[in-house]
Design a binder for this molecule. Structure first.
Ligand SMILES: [Zn+2]
Ligand SMILES: [Zn+2]
Length: 343
């Protein structure tokens, strides 16, 4: 009888764990996604956030997930990034292999503390066992880089959480670390599993340096992410031949363009007409907007203004829009009511 009791107890414990994981899962009636994408020669890119500093409920802060060569790479960590990963069934912790920042404006890093801390909590949304790996540009001087300061500052600001969870929940110390990779100049910054990430300087304004974009190459496929930039020749040089070009845009109405207060902000970004000129030079298989700022205007006008200088394939990004880069680049929209992509 003791053996039966033991079996029953074990069954109960297993059922309890299963119930706990079901509760913790993003959607109890769908299976969770695998934490690592299958290895394929295609690249899958998902826009996790297509907004900017404005706290929009429909456009979260800038963040782009690139699933390539069996890796999950994250570019920028704007507001809500952890929520979007959860919607996809992906862990913010063990699911993410590397995080790359384009620059240190708040909208691009606001979600980073959440990503880091939620990532080390036990559960399908976390459970990172190792350090979070974080890449970002430095200015090339001996001064600490933005990523070095962020890593040091997060450890200091949230030391109570780190210590409490290590003592109370037995979170491994390694999981709470941040591994800093800073770099300067245009160069390959990541080369693993056949995936090459190249950073290149972009022009976001004289006072907003360093600022970079990234190009990700895998076999014959590639995607380029502009970061925040004005019209920039260096971006065109690095993006040439890319399959998918994800570019920022800042569009405002003629009336608002007259306001002197908005001019300095607009001067740090790319207008739809300028972005169209970039697309016409780069000739990607698909051009897509993310980091979309619309002031007194709307998506329809954004597209038509772009088409005045570019007649190729174009998408205005939406949160959770997904691009599959194969021989063609195919865009798929998230179905919010079904909480999935179309079959
Ligand atoms: Zn920005
Ligand atoms: Zn910026």
């Amino acid at each position: 009888m003791a053996g039966n009791d033991g079996t029953t107890t074990r069954r109960c414990i297993l059922a309890g764990i299963a119930a706990l994981l079901a509760v913790l899962s993003p959607d109890c009636d769908t299976a969770r996604a695998e934490d690592k994408p299958p290895i394929s020669k295609d690249i899958v890119v998902t826009l996790l956030g297509t907004g900017a500093p404005m706290p929009s409920p429909t456009r979260f802060g800038p963040a782009t997930l690139v699933q390539v060569g069996g890796l999950n790479l994250l570019f920028d960590a704007g507001r809500g990034v952890t929520v979007r990963l959860f919607q996809l069934g992906l862990s913010s912790g063990k699911g993410i292999d590397a995080v790359f920042l384009t620059h240190y404006h708040s909208d691009h890093v606001a979600g980073l503390p959440d990503l880091w801390m939620t990532g080390y909590i036990f559960g399908p949304f976390g459970s990172r066992a190792k350090a979070m790996r974080l890449w970002g540009p430095s200015d090339g001087t001996t001064a600490p880089s933005g990523v070095a300061k962020i890593a040091k500052g997060l450890a200091e600001a949230f030391s109570d959480d780190v210590l409490i969870r290590q003592a109370d929940e037995q979170i491994p110390a390694a999981a709470t670390q941040i591994e800093v990779h800073d770099f300067h100049g245009d160069r390959v910054v990541f080369d693993e599993a056949g995936v090459r990430v190249t950073a290149f300087a972009v022009d976001h304004g004289d006072l907003i340096k360093p600022s970079v974009g990234y190009r990700i190459d895998y076999g014959a496929r590639s995607v380029t992410i502009s970061g925040d930039t004005k019209f920039d020749e260096n971006l065109i040089r690095h993006a040439t031949g890319t399959d998918l070009l994800i570019h920022e845009v800042f569009a405002m109405s003629e009336q608002l363009a007259k306001l002197p207060q908005l001019r300095p902000v607009a001067a740090h970004h790319t207008s739809p007409e300028e972005a169209g000129m970039v697309f016409s030079r780069v000739k990607p298989k698909l051009a897509a907007y993310s980091h979309i700022v619309l002031l007194g205007t709307e998506v329809r006008e954004l597209l038509s203004r772009t088409q005045s200088t570019y007649q190729g394939p174009l998408e205005a990004g939406e949160d959770l829009m997904r691009f599959t880069i194969g021989d063609r680049v195919v865009a798929t929209r998230w179905q919010p009511e079904l909480r999935k992509y179309p079959d």
